[in-house]
Design a binder for this molecule. Structure first.
Ligand code: FAD
Length: 312
């Protein structure tokens, strides 16, 4: 219920305009956003890599964009991020929302732009784990995002995909993906939809573990599939680590990914245990939809958000 309200607020243009105006006079406490522009975000990524061995995936803030000029701006930012990351000796690794790069305008534009960003990641060839990872948004765009992922892979683009454990269909989507040379990020899912989802937290957690087990299968290991576990849930991560050990997965052959600013203590603990950790690092100014979704995930963030909106 809380999560649904947060999503409605994230998409509400009146609330969005008001919050953006407020944001111009305040700071977001630097908690969830890695920088106002690509240079600042790359500096944050370089600092994390150097100090803690934590990798980053850059995400330019902006989603559900229909205006062609704004779309082109988002695409240019993602391409610029690939280039700047590689120039700094980091993975040319970016995450994009299909609705930010053209799908709100036309599928053809979204496909074309995703190809441009993916090829930029391939050309930039940074520190070795260079991927364009497609975020997964609401159920209305799920089929098109999966189709885009297939098309990008067929075109030789280093494309990864995010799947949501809460969706009942995820094991079927995974069955195809684990046979590909691709990165697959598994998340619980931030866009609940009753008719399509497992009901309740315990069922979603169990679905996450079931999907993780498919991702850590022998078939997946032999195909060059790269599992990414996008979660801050230490209980799930513990079960995944045990499963990976039991199945003979090298800790370097998969990774945990968390949102920048969320559970940094747990990120460091996983690094200390020898696991790959990446942070999803948003940058830019349009942080309202992103921040309010974090509130939906954890109501305690409402306090952080409120504090960051208080003029300095
Ligand atoms: P939870 O059970 O929600 O949380 C586990 C623990 O972490 C709890 O202690 C909780 O308090 C803490 N925690 C979790 N989230 C937060 C937070 N925001 N702030 C503070 N503490 C928190 N969802 C999509 O639908 N599509 C995507 O493409 C997508 N991409 C993602 C990429 C990454 C790298 C990550 C980490 C998440 C992504 N998500 C995405 C969000 C995801 O679906 C969940 O909503 C979110 O990660 C919370 O679930 P959890 O697995 O961390 O478990």
């Amino acid at each position: 219920m809380f999560q649904r309200t947060a999503i409605a607020l994230a998409r509400n243009p009146v609330a969005g305009r008001a919050m953006r105006a407020l944001a111009a006079r305040s700071s977001l406490a630097g908690r969830f956003v890695g920088g106002a522009d690509v240079e600042a975000a790359v500096r944050t990524a370089a600092r994390l890599r150097e100090a803690h061995g934590i990798r980053a995936s850059l995400f330019y803030l902006g989603e559900y964009v229909a205006d062609p000029q704004a779309i082109e701006h988002n695409v240019a930012q993602a391409i610029g991020a690939c280039e700047a990351l590689a120039a700094a000796g980091l993975d040319a690794h970016v995450s994009v929302d299909p609705t930010a790069i053209g799908y709100m305008h036309s599928d053809a534009l979204g496909q074309d732009n995703a190809g441009r960003i993916g090829m930029a990641a391939r050309r930039a060839a940074g520190a070795g784990r260079d991927w364009l990872v497609l975020d997964m948004e609401d159920a209305g765009i799920l089929d098109r995002t999966c189709a885009l992922h297939r098309d990008l892979l067929a075109a030789g683009v280093p494309a990864g995909l995010t799947l949501q454990a809460r969706r009942r269909r995820t094991p079927e989507d995974l069955a195809w993906a684990i046979r590909q040379r691709t990165a697959l990020r598994l998340v619980k899912g931030a866009f609940p939809e009753r008719a399509l989802d497992h009901a309740g937290r315990a069922r979603v957690d169990q679905a996450y573990l079931d999907a993780a087990s498919i991702m850590l299968s022998r078939e997946a290991r032999e195909s060059g599939f790269y599992p990414v576990f996008g979660t801050h849930d230490d209980r799930l991560a513990g079960a995944i680590m045990a499963l990976a050990r039991e199945r003979g997965w090298d800790p370097d052959a998969f990774e945990f990914e968390m949102l920048y600013g969320v559970r940094p203590d747990w990120q460091l603990a996983l690094r200390a245990l020898g696991y790959n950790v990446r942070v999803y690092l948003p940058f830019g100014g349009d942080w309202w939809p992103y921040a309010i979704r974090r509130v939906g995930e954890n109501p305690r963030n409402a306090w952080l958000l409120a504090r960051s909106l208080t003029p300095d």
